[in-house]
Design a protein around this ligand. Structure first.
Ligand code: DSN
Length: 392
């Protein structure tokens, strides 16, 4: 590389990633093939429009890439092309979700989404996000007793508020979601059901987490978490008389963006194939086993795991210990000092501010990619315990 300054920084980041234990629940390590596709000549190409309908010449190869991405996305999630439309152009998860709102809802419509502080995402209608400024969030949360979804309560909120859209699928919820119940609640008020499976997409693909496709009208997902691809997003829309796919396509381009990032889409194409081969199923299973081993050991060591455990790749730990512990920020800093990378996170019904919440979020997708098994995560739990209990 001629630019030695950036070359040095690339090497430094490579070394950092190699050295640390990465427990950030939304990160992963992509394959060399994904990196090659990302760094390919596709980055040079403008391709506004969709395959066969571009606004620039020279897109015959690009059309093949985009069509292949759509075909592989359908195949991975066992969907029929007669039943599902796929848009692969949204640049990442937040723009994908914004495209869904733009496509389906008049401005100001009510959207029922989980509060950020209970495990939802900014784009599920939080007031700091465009989705909360241009549409009106009807928030829902968890049961205080179980720290899990309370479907009866959700049904009551829906009946009272009559939202136009309900969003399910979360960033800090460890348990299996009952998509069928969400469908019934959406049907009871005539709302669209949108599932944002960004966190669990790889687990769904690997067959260890229930698929939302039998129940949702729209499914969005990022491609870089448990799915282990490059940063990017997919939007799946059910094909029927409502023509949701057409509306989504228009919202993405020209509604919200110009040219798609073809190199990124090429990376997604590679990742979708990788996720469809046998080894990925083993990987997904191991991710969940590892999360359960990590949560189980931390619990034995006296740490409170939100909702008492996990069915997925992630979970939250309450580090406040009823005032005898510390904030999530301090916990994250202490862990970074010993080479363990996590993020501070609000816990349900947190009394501390989001800038210094009471919890940390731990996930096992990245370290499972590096081959770690349950015994390694038990060791990591002990290292976490040591670092958090040692005053330094
Ligand atoms: N930043 C993602 C996460 O960490 O879950 C959500 O956008």
């Amino acid at each position: 590389m001629n630019d030695t300054q950036i070359e040095k920084l690339i090497q430094a980041e490579k070394a950092r990633q190699k050295k640390v234990i990465n427990l950030i629940a939304s990160e992963n390590y992509v394959s060399k093939d994904v990196l090659m596709a990302l760094g390919s000549e596709f980055t040079n190409k403008y391709a506004e429009g969709y395959a066969g309908k571009r606004y620039y010449g020279g897109n015959t190869v690009v059309d093949k890439i985009e069509n292949l991405c759509i075909a592989r996305a359908l195949k991975l999630f066992k969907l029929k092309k007669e039943e599902w439309h796929v848009n692969v152009q949204a640049l990442s998860g937040s723009p994908a979700n914004l495209a869904v709102y733009t496509a389906l809802l008049p401005l100001g419509s009510k959207v029922m989404g989980m509060s950020l502080d209970q495990g939802g995402h900014l784009t599920h209608g939080h007031k700091a996000s465009a989705t909360g400024k241009f549409w009106m969030q009807v928030p829902y949360g968890l049961s205080k007793e179980t720290e899990q979804l309370d479907y009866e309560e959700l049904a009551k909120i829906a009946k009272r508020e009559k939202p136009k859209m309900i969003i399910a699928g979360f960033t800090a919820y460890a348990r299996i979601v009952d998509w069928k119940k969400f469908r019934e609640i959406a049907d009871s008020v005539g709302a669209y059901l949108v599932v944002d499976m960004s966190h669990t997409a790889g687990l769904v693909a690997g067959g260890v987490y229930p698929s939302p496709f039998p129940y949702a009208d729209i499914v969005t997902t990022t491609t870089h978490k448990t799915l282990r691809g490059p940063r990017g997003a997919l939007i799946f829309a059910k094909k029927d008389v409502r023509e949701l796919g057409k509306k989504i396509d228009k919202a993405v381009f020209p509604g919200l963006q110009g040219g798609p990032h073809i190199n990124q889409i090429a990376g997604v194409v590679v990742a979708l194939k990788e996720a469809s081969i046998g080894d990925f199923k083993k990987y997904a299973k191991q991710v969940v086993k590892n999360a359960q081993a990590l949560a189980g050991e931390l619990s034995k060591l006296g740490w409170r795991i939100i909702s008492g455990g996990t069915d997925s790749h992630l979970f939250l730990v309450d580090v406040s210990m009823d005032g005898k512990g510390m904030g999530g920020g301090e916990a994250s800093d202490r862990l970074e000092k010993v080479g363990i990378i996590v993020n501070k996170n609000a816990i349900p019904f947190d009394t501390c501010p989001p800038t210094d919440p009471s919890g940390i979020r731990l996930g096992t997708a990245a370290e499972t990619t590096r081959g770690k098994k349950e015994k390694d995560f038990i060791k990591i739990a002990r290292e976490i315990d040591d670092a958090l209990r040692t005053k330094n």
